[in-house]
Design a protein around this ligand. Structure first.
Ligand code: ADP
Length: 392
């Protein structure tokens, strides 16, 4: 019997997919349909021999792209489809088997994620129409953080904004923080414990996990809150919006655009949001690149220190995401800012041994780990668990 799960991450003009076998370490068929709805729509990926392919899908919509993706599965019909859904609001504390009620509940949270949830739902609708007999599960970026206590998720704002409009901190990157904190607990032999996790990719967030439960995280109502990111500002003074509006007559749309797309590493450096390029440029003496890296690392360390307040005990820190997994200098800078936490890096192992592989990089103090994230694997695992429960 086929036990693979097809993981789908549907954006407004793209669909990322991966066919994940039961053994998460097994080979995956994966790819990306992009520029959907345009004359340049296409599907790229790798087949079961690891050979790359690319096909044009002129003017294809999500449904046509999904058909093309299923044709690329080489006859392996998955046991279920796991959909990544960005926002589950307060409704979803875990993955959910998709039916009309679940779709309606996701629609209700669309106001909280106007760019993402409708696109995610387009993928769900197309898959349900094309494959009505295939079980489908929604896995939410926010669900892992539903264990935050009120002291961590409430803003100090009038209560009615929370009660009537759901304005609170939700947190994102939940599948990644869940996956790496569970791996850390297993690899360390602690079977639980207290962990700080730093997911550092284009989007960046930190999280405090105690006994497998998220107790606080750096992102909030939207994925803009928290540390500085590739192009996102992270925390700014909440008075900034009014200031820019009054002094520069900027519209809300413009402020939103600047904070989301022109800020972070890109804004600080005036150069790029790509950490590899920034490291090379900083080395060559570019002041903006140096400052961007310094601010980035300081803000991460400050966020981790703040989140440590959520934990009864701290066992270690985990780095993940494109930067966390690959950049030894960033890991070194961040841990160097936290000596009072007992973090002591083994600089040789940090710089030489670990390259995108799971491994422990401390010199014997509190534990420091690099754990490559596996959001697709985690979505497949949660999909399978939900399905097994439903059929038990
Ligand atoms: P996304 O959040 O879009 O999934 P990733 O997790 O792939 O992004 O992270 C992208 C970031 O990782 C980029 O800033 C990229 O420069 C950085 N990165 C990837 N490899 C390295 C490396 N070897 N050294 C430093 N940064 C790296």
């Amino acid at each position: 019997m086929e036990t693979s799960v097809l993981v789908i991450n549907c954006g407004s003009s793209s669909i990322k997919y991966a066919l994940v076998p039961k053994d998460p370490a097994g080979p995956r068929l994966s790819g990306l349909a992009e520029r959907l709805g345009s004359g340049e729509a296409r599907l790229k990926g790798t087949d079961s021999n690891g050979e790359p392919f690319e096909q044009t899908l002129v003017d294809a919509d999500h449904a046509r792209a999904l058909e093309a993706i299923f044709e690329r599965l080489e006859g392996r019909l998955p046991a279920a489809v796991g959909h990544r859904i960005v926002h589950g609001g307060e409704h979803f504390t875990r993955a959910a088997l998709i039916d009309d009620d679940v779709v309606a509940a996701i629609e209700q949270t669309a106001a909280l994620a106007p760019l993402h949830n409708p696109a995610n739902l387009a993928g769900v609708a197309a898959t349900r129409r094309l494959f009505p007999d295939l079980p489908q599960v929604a896995v939410f970026d926010t669900a892992f953080h539903q264990s935050l206590p009120p002291r961590a998720y409430r803003y100090a704002l009038p209560e009615a904004l929370y009660r009537d409009h759901g304005i609170r901190r939700y947190g994102f990157h939940g599948t990644s923080h869940a996956y790496v904190s569970r791996r850390a607990a297993v690899l360390s032999g602690l079977a639980g414990g207290g962990w700080l996790t730093a997911h550092l990719g284009n989007g960046c967030s930190t999280c405090a996990v105690w006994e497998g439960q998220s107790l606080d995280t750096s992102m909030g109502l939207t994925p803009l809150e928290g540390v500085a990111m590739g192009t996102r500002s992270g925390d700014v003074d909440p008075g900034l919006h009014a200031h820019l509006s009054r002094q520069l007559s900027w519209s809300l749309e413009r402020i939103d655009e600047v904070l989301n797309r022109d800020s972070g590493l890109l804004g600080l450096s005036g150069l790029t949001n790509d950490m590899r390029e920034l490291e090379t440029s900083a080395e060559a003496g570019h002041e903006g690149a140096r400052l961007a890296i310094e601010v980035f690392c300081y803000r991460i360390a400050k966020s981790l220190a703040a989140l440590s307040c959520a934990l009864p005990r701290l066992d270690g820190l985990v780095f993940t995401g494109g930067i966390g997994e690959n950049s030894a200098p960033i890991r070194e800078r961040v841990t160097a800012l936290l000596p009072h936490f007992g973090f002591e890096l083994n600089r040789t192992i940090n710089s030489e041994t670990i390259r995108g592989r799971e491994g422990r990089i401390d010199a014997g103090g509190r534990q420091l780990w690099v754990i490559p994230t596996d959001e697709e694997g985690q979505i497949a695992t949660e999909t399978r668990q939900r399905l097994e429960e439903a059929t038990a």
